[in-house]
Design a binder for this molecule. Structure first.
Ligand code: 6LW
Length: 503
């Protein structure tokens, strides 16, 4: 008789690695859905599904058409779409988010969170970022924003009903009370916020009241989550959202970063989504210990979805994880021009420009390998690691030559070049995390860029310090994105491999 399958006793944190910040989670029956910020990238607001809160599969991007998301060329890196809130209410899914470079606060609905989502309902009377939605027993909808203030809205029309009022601004002296989420749990309304700023002082605090409008009494043990001032390998923890597990227990998703290297430590993957258990004492939440490897929750974990290394571009639509800066017009990015290939037609911009033709995916592992078979016969392009327009490394090919270029702030350099045989070429970028810090100023990783010959030998043209493609250097709210691009003519890409290389 076959024995029962071994149950997972642990899970890895982050549960959604790579640049997936500001997570908002909701439960619908036995299904869980989660959405994250996406800033200047199109499509925007990745949506994930899980049955166990641990294994998440991207099922779409909520804003995947220009009528939902306009990010003009003037949208700055880390502008665009800030923190969303995702909720399930009255038989439908609701997503509210701030486009800081466009229409401000906008609200979308869907019957299926995989999409399609509606066109936006604008909320011109709601001022502030990090909008939250909560409904009280009589169906009144409250919209709460960073600061923290609240206004009643009609979620169907976007109309504000009454004047905004200030609720609670967090711990006296703590900066940036933001990311509010309001919950009715038992006899209390709980107001969860982030405070301290999204950097190393980040934390989660909570208050409770008898009505959705307060007054709110702060938890005596605030912050209920922070790693500020610790050696913890997961830093900047904050921006949480609470959800009940399948067994009625409570859990919190939140953002964190994993700095690497010497001091001050550099995080290259952006702010990632983590999970922690929550218990209750005296009707206050107590967040459990957070670690890179966590004890599994007390219910069976699903088999994680297979993640193929190779994307062959055999489908008419791109996989959900491919994103582009600000826009991705079909005439510049298509798999319909050459069957089984991705064709990238340059828009005249380079990686230094806001509207470069680039299709990238979030780097999700500190040590990883990305390879692409690129045919430059009709143009110039290659494979890039992008942080933003001022911070990127790329291996580029055209006219029988490959070259490595680096952009670091005001500095731009052709780091290396060499001739290459005409025809399609395998371009490769490896990132290798700094395993052992032997001196204070050591960077977080090394980014090696080169070509691969027919035998798979990696011919490295340049090995560059990865600190310059990190948030601590580049600034902002995103993380590394890796993928093919075109800067002249049309470049065809047969496949892209992206895989973790065990540390
Ligand atoms: C987001 C705010 C924050 O709106 O950073 O970490 C901003 N928290 O809540 C962008 O992610």
């Amino acid at each position: 008789m076959s024995s029962a399958p071994e149950r997972d006793t642990t899970f890895n944190n982050p549960v959604i690695p790579g640049f997936h910040p500001d997570p908002s989670v909701c439960r619908a029956g036995e299904d869980y859905y989660l959405a994250c910020s996406s800033f200047e990238y199109f499509p925007g607001i990745p949506v994930f599904h899980s049955r166990d809160l641990v294994h998440w599969t991207q099922i779409g991007n909520a804003l995947d058409r220009p009528s939902q998301l306009r990010l003009p060329p003037g949208t700055p890196a880390s502008g665009g779409l800030y923190a969303p809130t995702l909720r399930h209410h009255d038989g439908r899914f609701w997503l509210i988010v701030t486009n800081v470079s466009g229409d401000g606060n906008v609200l979308f609905t869907a019957t299926d969170p995989a999409g399609p989502w509606s066109d936006p309902v604008r909320l011109p009377g709601v001022h502030g970022i990090d909008p939250d939605l909560a409904w009280d027993e009589d169906g009144t909808c409250w919209c709460t924003v960073a600061g923290v203030s609240q206004v009643r809205i009609d979620p169907y029309t976007g109309e504000t009903l009454g004047e905004p009022q200030r609720l609670w601004s967090g711990t006296p002296g703590a900066k940036a009370p933001e990311a509010p989420h309001l919950y009715r749990i038992g006899e209390y309304w709980y107001l969860l916020i982030a405070e301290g700023g999204t950097e190393r002082c980040h934390g989660v605090s909570i208050a409770r009241g008898r009505t959705p409008n307060g007054p709110f009494e702060p938890c005596p043990d605030n912050p209920i989550l922070t790693h500020r001032g610790t050696e913890h390998p997961i830093q900047n923890t904050g921006h949480g959202d609470l959800v009940q597990g399948p067994d009625g227990s409570w859990w919190m998703v939140f953002l964190g970063v994993r700095p690497r290297g010497g001091t001050p430590g550099w995080h290259v993957l952006g702010r990632e989504t983590f999970l922690a258990p929550v218990n209750w004492t005296d009707r206050w939440p107590v967040v459990g210990e957070v670690s890179p490897v966590m004890a599994a929750p007390p219910w069976p974990l699903e088999e994680p979805a297979a993640r193929p290394v190779r994307d062959d571009f055999d489908l008419s639509e791109l996989a959900h994880y491919w994103i582009s800066p600000r826009s991705r017009p079909a005439e510049h990015c298509t798999t319909k021009e050459r069957a089984g290939w991705l064709s990238l037609r340059a828009r005249g911009g380079s990686l230094d420009d806001p509207e470069v033709t680039l299709v990238g995916r979030r780097q999700q592992h500190h040590s990883c390998r990305t390879r692409a078979l690129v045919d430059p016969a009709e143009g110039r392009g290659g494979l890039a690691v992008r942080f933003d327009e001022e911070h990127h490394y790329e291996i580029e090919t055209a006219d029988g030559e490959v070259r490595v270029l680096a952009r670091i702030g005001p500095l731009r350099s052709v780091v290396a070049s060499r001739p290459v045989a005409a025809g399609p070429v395998v371009l490769r970028i490896d990132t290798a995390v700094t395993r052992e810090v032997t001196e204070a100023r050591q960077g977080p990783d090394t980014v090696s860029l080169g070509v691969e010959d027919a035998k798979g030998t990696f011919d490295v043209l340049a090995a560059l310090d990865g600190r310059y493609l990190s948030t601590e250097v580049a600034g902002g709210f995103t993380g590394r994105v890796i993928g093919p691009y075109a800067v002249a003519g049309t470049v065809h890409v047969d496949w892209v491999d992206h895989e973790e290389v065990p540390d």
